[in-house]
Design a protein around this ligand. Structure first.
Ligand SMILES: Nc1ncnc2c1ncn2[C@@H]1O[C@H](COP(=O)(O)OP(=O)(O)OP(=O)(O)O)[C@@H](O)[C@H]1O
Ligand SMILES: [Mg+2]
Length: 253
């Protein structure tokens, strides 16, 4: 079943320039989809539409088969609980004045979810490989990778069905990137993921399907292996050609 879809969505931040021109995207239940495109192509804007932070100028966002209607408060609440996001910068995204426990519990408070919040927070921390004991500490006491785990714990604490990750690995060093990618892959066995990345290798490792965006248009979409093995659009070919490859012979000097 399609969990979330953008249908022919157009978006403009202002009247002068349209940044998305009729883009469509479908994310199935339990599926990981990669969204790739150069800087400024509109990836974050698509994610903002998918999160309900912005409404398409024309077209629609479809959740569980029906177009989202912001006036339907019960369904909007269900939608907000079902779709959560993780962003690029784990330094900017965690409030330095709040303890980790309060940060991770934030969606439970804002969505007014009933239950034992401290134990839900402990479970979320465990799910991302952190010791629940850290709930009493502050973000500055953690590394970038640990902070990104905290941000992921906050995103999964309310039991979402879809995780939107916008360049969630790019602020991390290589080893940490691989660990967080492993964590997303593990979460991906239970949750759908929309993975925005410049890193085609990471997309290939995580996502069965890929969508290529160029200047606000979807120029190619399909199974990741097929698209990468045989890119049909010149833009995708250029994108793949620009990925640095390690020479099996080693560096020439
Ligand atoms: N708040 C805003 N107001 C006006 N224009 C914006 C705003 N945010 C983004 N844009 C413009 O919309 C276009 C798409 O931006 P977007 O941030 O979606 O790209 P992106 O693919 O996420 O890029 P990056 O890889 O650099 O994050 C760009 O031309 C950008 O300048
Ligand atoms: Mg972006």
């Amino acid at each position: 079943m399609t969990l979330l879809a953008l249908d022919d969505a157009t978006y403009a931040y202002d009247a002068r320039r349209t940044v998305l021109h009729g883009v469509s995207l479908e994310i199935g239940e339990g599926e990981a989809v990669g969204l790739v495109g150069e800087s400024g192509s509109g990836k974050t804007t698509m994610l903002r539409l998918a999160l309900g932070l912005a409404r398409p100028t024309t077209g629609a966002v479809r959740f569980e088969g029906a177009a989202l209607d912001t006036r339907d408060r019960r369904r909007m609440r269900q939608f907000r609980q079902s779709v959560q996001a993780v962003f690029q910068d784990p330094y900017a995204s965690l409030d330095p004045r709040q303890r980790v426990g309060a940060i991770v519990a934030e969606p439970l408070r804002s969505l007014r979810i009933a239950g034992d919040h401290p134990s839900m927070v402990a479970n979320a921390l465990r799910a991302v490989g952190l010791d629940p004991e850290i709930a009493g500490r502050y973000p500055h006491q953690f590394s970038g990778g640990q902070r990104q785990r905290i941000a992921i714990a906050r995103a999964v604490v309310c039991g979402p069905r879809l995780l939107l990750a916008d360049e969630a690995l790019s602020a991390l060093d290589l080893t940490t990137r691989i660990r967080i990618l492993d964590l997303l892959a593990e979460l991906g066995t239970r949750i759908s993921i929309l993975f925005v990345s410049h890193d085609i290798g990471a997309v290939a490792a995580l996502c069965r399907r890929i969508v290529i965006l160029e200047r606000g248009r979807v120029v190619e979409a399909g199974p990741t292996a097929a698209v990468l093995a045989n890119p049909s659009h010149p833009y995708t070919q250029r994108l793949l050609a620009s990925v640095p490859r390690l020479d099996p012979e080693g560096p020439s000097r």
